[in-house]
Design a protein around this ligand. Structure first.
Ligand SMILES: [Zn+2]
Length: 240
């Protein structure tokens, strides 16, 4: 259950959430919802502002950290990017937004994308994500199979998904899943992620033998691994 977002001078916006599972009051900060005060049933809502005020330092510190990390404040809907820079395949798709009547739709024309129709943030995000998935499905599986052939590996099924935390994964059946966000990485880094998964076809762990195989496939794997750790901001915030 949501109470209305509170707007008090000097304090961050927050909302009250009553959770039947909550045993005590907790503060929860998420990109999707911002600051929530989660309380057990029967909690006296009048006590909430004081709790928020008491934890103001903690809230400010974490808000600042998340804002720096995701490029927007928690709870604020992400703005649309000015375009999609698909570094992995060298494509730049400028994005024009043209609000108007009718359902939201994405039009692809002469190397540009046009978002037309109603301003429904979630629908627009889905449309852009759909475009990204289609490009990823066209680009990543053939690239993976090409790298596999060069490495002398046999790949099973290749799937493309949108995942929040993993760039790619490999199942014990040899199915490799590629995250469509890989398109935002520079080509060398995308290639490294795919080679890493190919190495998992022989070693399903991160043992020394696995890293030995990675080193055979990509001698610069250490540099790529480091670079990958810093690559998060290359993914536009609307996907975060
Ligand atoms: Zn791995």
């Amino acid at each position: 259950m949501d109470a209305d977002a509170k707007d008090r001078e000097g304090a961050p916006d927050w909302r009250l959430k009553v959770s039947p599972r909550a045993r005590r009051v907790t503060l929860r900060l998420s990109m999707a919802e911002g600051l929530c005060v989660v309380v057990p049933r029967g909690f006296d809502a009048r006590r909430a502002p004081a709790i928020v005020a008491e934890r103001a330092d903690w809230i400010a510190r974490h808000m600042a950290r998340m804002t720096a990390r995701y490029g927007r404040a928690p709870g604020v809907p992400p703005s649309l990017p000015g375009g999609l820079d698909l570094r992995a395949c060298g494509e730049i798709w400028p994005l024009d937004v043209c609000p108007g009547p009718g359902r939201p739709r994405l039009v692809q024309n002469a190397g540009r994308l046009l978002l037309a129709g109603a301003e429904e943030a979630e629908a627009r995000r889905e449309l852009l994500l759909g475009f990204l998935r289609r490009r990823a499905a066209a680009v990543l599986p053939p690239l993976l199979r090409e790298l596999a052939a060069a490495a002398g590996e046999r790949v099973g099924a290749v799937t493309v998904r949108n995942q929040k935390t993993r760039w790619a994964s490999c199942s014990s059946r040899g199915t490799i899943n590629c995250n469509c966000r890989l398109l935002f990485l520079p080509p060398g880094l995308t290639r490294y992620v795919l080679l890493h998964e190919l190495a998992h076809l022989r070693h399903m762990d991160h043992s020394p033998a696995f890293w030995g195989r990675v080193a055979e496939l990509d001698p610069d794997w250490r540099g790529h691994e480091r670079e990958l750790g810093r690559a998060g901001p290359l993914v536009p915030p609307f996907l975060a």
